[in-house]
Design a binder for this molecule. Structure first.
Ligand SMILES: O=C(O)c1cccc(C(=O)CC[C@H]2O[C@@H](n3cnc4c(=O)[nH]cnc43)[C@H](O)[C@@H]2O)c1
Length: 242
C-alpha cells in the first residue's frame, strides 16, 4: 500500500509520521515540495509506505502540492493507492468537540461560488465544476470502525470562520457538517483528477465560531492525529471491497 498524506503545516506532517517509530526519509520534488517517507514493514497488514507532505495552508497550496506528488509518483511508475488530507480543524458543536476525530463522508467546498440577493450560490449552480467529493463509503466506514472517527461532512474554506452567525450559515447549508478546515477540497480535486481515492481526517483543535486563537488545543489535536494514523493500517486492511 502506497499512501500520500497531505497536511497544511510541518507540525501536522510530523504528527502523522510520529505514528511509526521510523525516522522519515526526505525526498525533494519539483517546486520544492518535500515528502517525508516512512515504511512500516512490521505491520501485520503488510508493507505500508506513507509519504507525508506539508503543502501549505489553504486549498490552492494543497492542490498544488498534491498534484505535484501524484504526478511525480506516476512518472516514477509507483502511483499512490490512496490520498489523505489530514490535520487539525474546527469542530461544529455539539457533534464534534475538541479532541474528536472526524472522517469525511463528504469533502465540501464551503465558499466556492457566488453571493446573490437570495443567498450563496455554489459553483455548480453557476454551471461549473464540482463543489463536493465523496470518499469511498467502505473506506470511510472502515476508518470510523478502526479509529473511532465520527463520520460527517468536512468543509473547506479559504477563511477560518470567526462568528456564530457564519457558523450557523454554514450549518444551514451543510446540515451534516462536523468539521471545517482549509485544504481538503484542494487535495480531493487533485486526487480525483489523477483517479486516486481520497479521504479527509481532521482532529478537532477548536470550536467553529467566534475567534479565540488562544483557546485552540493544538497539542491535544496533534496527539489525536498521531493516534489516528497508528490505527490507519488496520482500517485499510479491514475494509471490504465495494
Ligand atoms: O501554531 C502551531 O503550533 C500549529 C501547529 C499545527 C497547526 C497549526 C495551524 O494553525 C494549522 C492551520 C490549519 O488548521 C486548520 N484549522 C484549524 N482550525 C480551523 C478552523 O476553525 N477553521 C478552519 N481551519 C482550521 C486549517 O486547515 C489550517 O490550515 C498551528
Amino acid at each position: 500500500m502506497h499512501i500520500l498524506v497531505v497536511t497544511a503545516v510541518p507540525a501536522e506532517r510530523d504528527a502523522v509520521t510520529a505514528a511509526t517509530a521510523e525516522r522519515p526519509e526526505c525526498l525533494t520534488l519539483p517546486g520544492g515540495f518535500v515528502l517525508h517517507r516512512t515504511v512500516r514493514r512490521d505491520s501485520a497488514e503488510g508493507p505500508y509506505a506513507l509519504d507525508a507532505l506539508a503543502a501549505g495552508v489553504g486549498p490552492a497550496a494543497a492542490a498544488a502540492g498534491t498534484a505535484t506528488a501524484l504526478t511525480a509518483a506516476a512518472l516514477r511508475e509507483r502511483p499512490y493507492d490512496l490520498v489523505v488530507s489530514a490535520g487539525i480543524g474546527g469542530g461544529f458543536a455539539p457533534g464534534a468537540p475538541v479532541g474528536a476525530l472526524v472522517v469525511a463522508e463528504e469533502i465540501a467546498a464551503a465558499d466556492l461560488g457566488a453571493e446573490s440577493p437570495d443567498g450563496f450560490l455554489p459553483v455548480t449552480a453557476l454551471g461549473f465544476g464540482t463543489d463536493a467529493h465523496r470518499p469511498p463509503e467502505n473506506l470511510v466506514a472502515a476508518v470510523a470502525a478502526a479509529t473511532g472517527a465520527l463520520p460527517g461532512t468536512v468543509l473547506t474554506g479559504s477563511t477560518v470562520t470567526g462568528s456564530t452567525a457564519r457558523a450557523a450559515e454554514l450549518l444551514a447549508r451543510h446540515p451534516r457538517a462536523l468539521a471545517e478546515a482549509m485544504e481538503g477540497f484542494g487535495v480531493a480535486e487533485a486526487a480525483t483528477a489523477h483517479g486516486v481515492p481520497v479521504l479527509e481526517l481532521r482532529t478537532i483543535s477548536n470550536p467553529v465560531g467566534p475567534r479565540d486563537r488562544a483557546a485552540w488545543r493544538i497539542g491535544e489535536a496533534l496527539a489525536a492525529l498521531t493516534a489516528a494514523f497508528a490505527d490507519l493500517p488496520r482500517a485499510l486492511s479491514s475494509r471490504s471491497t465495494p
